[in-house]
Design a protein around this ligand. Structure first.
Ligand SMILES: Nc1ncnc2c1ncn2[C@@H]1O[C@H](COP(=O)(O)OP(=O)(O)OP(=O)(O)O)[C@@H](O)[C@H]1O
Length: 258
């Protein structure tokens, strides 16, 4: 479905993508990688926002750059979402839907799907990050495109909404998805293919069953309690909210307000 051959995108001296060759099949693909690794750049090359510095990318066999006919087959939610500020969510979605040949009914369908209805008639400049994310998801799904690109669809939304987004993606069997997400673990059960991009290069690409172990090694969060905590040379925690550095006066630590 997506073929990249020695794909490069440079911004001055920054090599955002530095020779990526990868084939992404139909289905649901998850793109993973460290911050600044080149994932969003890859997505913007696939959606025709950027033109490659060198190499080639094809989607459904066609070059996306300057290709309105191909882009009409995509839905895209970028991260962070960008909208005009002084229109309402409904006005924006209506304008967007009309540009794709859809009307108010489709606006309400996607707004209900992502629970945008409670704030759809408010101006976008008053939206929270989660509201902006839900509006951007609704926009990407207008007209049930063949291929939907989602950059961080689970960022800034609450747990219930995350579950809902995952269910919606899973339920759309005829739609292909390319999803960039640092919150990857809840997506693994519904994903077919995984691509890892780091430092502008392809790190791995394969069926989820074949690469899951490697992915876990690379991305399982290592954040946790320090092993030093509680050891003899570490500061000891006494009473709640009170830390005692070795050899010093007790240090008052204000407990967070609940
Ligand atoms: N328009 C741009 N102009 C200049 N540099 C850019 C531009 N877009 C991306 N970059 C740079 O290219 C590199 C790759 O960025 P990219 O946004 O593709 O990474 P990413 O993998 O999506 O990162 P993250 O996980 O942090 O979103 C970074 O060094 C970034 O600063």
């Amino acid at each position: 479905m997506i073929e990249a051959r020695d794909l490069k995108k440079h911004f001055g001296s920054i090599k955002a993508l530095d020779g990526v060759t990868v084939d992404i099949p139909e289905g649901i693909t998850l793109i993973l990688g460290p911050n600044g690794g080149g994932k969003s750049t890859f997505l913007k090359l696939a959606t025709g926002v950027y033109r490659p510095s060198a190499g080639e990318i094809r989607v459904f066999g066609e070059v996306p750059w300057n290709n309105g006919r191909l882009k009409a087959r995509f839905g895209v939610a970028y991260d962070p979402p960008a909208f005009p500020q002084f229109v309402t969510g409904r006005e924006w979605l209506t304008l967007f839907a009309e540009s794709k040949g859809f009307g108010e009914e489709e606006v309400e369908r996607v707004a209900e799907l992502f629970e945008v209805m409670p704030f759809i008639d408010k101006r976008i400049n008053g939206y929270s990050s989660g509201m902006l994310k839900r509006l951007s998801l609704a926009q990407a799904f207008v007209g049930k495109p063949e291929l939907i690109f989602l950059d961080e669809p689970l960022a800034n939304i609450d747990f219930d909404s995350m579950e809902r987004v995952i269910e919606i993606i899973e339920g759309m069997k005829k739609t292909n998805f390319v999803v960039i997400s640092h919150i990857w673990e809840p997506l693994i059960p519904i994903v077919d293919w995984v691509v890892v991009i780091g430092n502008g290069k392809l790190v791995l690409s394969g069926k989820v069953e074949e690469v899951q172990e490697e992915v876990e090694k690379l991305f399982k969060p290592k954040v946790g309690r320090s092993k030093r905590r509680g050891s003899e040379d570490a500061p000891s925690l006494g009473q709640e909210g009170r830390q005692t550095p070795s050899g010093g006066e007790p240090l008052e630590v204000e407990a967070p307000a609940r």
